[in-house]
Design a protein around this ligand. Structure first.
Ligand code: PLP
Length: 355
């Protein structure tokens, strides 16, 4: 009782939004509990097609394809798209599902240093010998809350004739003036070719993932992508949640704006209190502590004060870079944010993280 959650990916608070819940109940009643089938046999209902169309419209892309998760979308794309004659260039800190997806494909693999454009350029030069080049990056990185330099990446991609793929799990719905994501925030919506994202975070938080991009690519994925071909269709209630979440976001950017204001409040108050917060302007606010034990005992003590946060240490983050990852949501009130900052200040002083 009275505990406030500061560690969910529920950035917009839509997982508990009454209209999202009602949409799920209505879809359940109208379309049933599940399809007992993959999409291409008898697992496609009108709501699946509608949601794919809505996702493409939201991202201003030609088409979209649904998966059971973004992990599946990442597992399915590289193998379907790239041959042994091609190359994929991946940021070293990309999400595990991108790494696994790349492992499954037979393309030539290049790993560039985290957000290091000199290294990416060197690798792109090296990769000129291949038929096709794909640069793959998280739009926003979940451990540090930092945002990929997409403008520079797209410029390099243009120079060296490469395609750009972004994973927008920690951006869709709230980054950019209309919440379209990192490509909107950085003004490169027309330069990023492929977007993978999740329905399991800001867009209602239930489950599901997708790829959106050029129609021929989506057609190819429907023919060749193994997690799409060989895994069950998304349940109607889940589709209903995501579809309503997108409706709400396309009607107004007020929810995303309110989350951005709260993020700003938290980041500036914590910095003024003496903490180091990694990243910039992102609702993932890693409170950098360094020591693994300090992160763990502080998180425990925060819970005693009614604030639910989790400490992250090696091997999830590099040695010596332990932290407590705070995630801001539109459902937090200003008072909730202030309560969280006060608790951090008390606990930080008690354990020597603050003077
Ligand atoms: N990509 C990134 C960057 C993520 O953070 C996650 C989830 O943690 C995923 C992909 C996987 O998303 P899903 O939970 O929809 O499988």
């Amino acid at each position: 009782a009275g505990i406030i959650n500061f560690c969910a990916n529920n950035y917009l608070g839509l997982s508990s939004h009454p209209e999202v819940i009602r949409a799920a109940v209505e879809a359940l009643e109208k379309f049933g509990a599940g399809l007992s089938s993959v999409r291409f046999i008898c697992g496609t209902q009108s709501i699946h097609k509608d949601l794919e169309e809505k996702i493409a419209r939201f991202h201003q892309r030609e088409d979209a394809i649904l998966y059971a998760s973004c992990f599946d979308a990442n597992a399915g794309i590289f193998e379907a798209l790239l041959t042994p004659e091609d190359a994929v260039l991946s940021d070293e800190l990309n999400h595990a599902s991108i790494i696994d997806g790349i492992r499954l494909c037979k393309a030539n693999k290049y790993r560039y240093k985290h957000m290091d454009m000199q290294d990416l350029e060197a690798k792109l030069k090296e990769a000129q010998k291949h038929r096709l080049r794909l640069v793959a990056t998280d739009g926003a990185f979940s451990m540090d809350g930092d945002i990929a330099p997409l403008r520079e990446i797209c410029q390099l991609a243009q120079k060296y004739d490469a395609l750009v793929f972004i994973d927008e799990c920690h951006a869709t719905g709230f980054l950019g003036p209309n919440g379209r994501g990192t490509d909107e925030l950085l003004g490169v919506m027309d330069k990023v070719t492929i977007i993978n994202s999740t329905l399991g975070k800001a867009l209602g938080g239930a489950a599901g993932g997708y790829t959106t991009g050029p129609k021929p690519l989506i057609d190819l994925l429907r023919q060749r992508s193994r997690p799409y071909l060989f895994s069950n269709s998304l349940p109607p209630a889940v589709v209903g949640c995501a579809s309503k979440a997108l409706d709400l976001l396309m009607e107004s950017n007020a929810i995303a704006q309110s989350m951005a204001a709260k993020t700003q409040r938290f980041r500036s108050k914590m910095t003024a209190a003496g903490f180091t917060i990694s990243g910039k302007d992102h609702p993932i606010c890693p409170v950098m502590l360094g020591d693994a034990r300090l992160a763990s005992v502080m998180a425990e003590d925060m819970l005693n004060r009614g604030i639910y946060v989790i400490g992250f240490s090696y091997p999830v983050v590099p040695k010596g870079k332990a932290r407590i990852r705070v995630q801001i949501s539109a459902v937090h009130s200003d008072e909730d944010i202030d309560r969280c900052v006060e608790a951090f200040t008390e606990v930080g002083r008690k354990h020597g993280a603050l003077p």
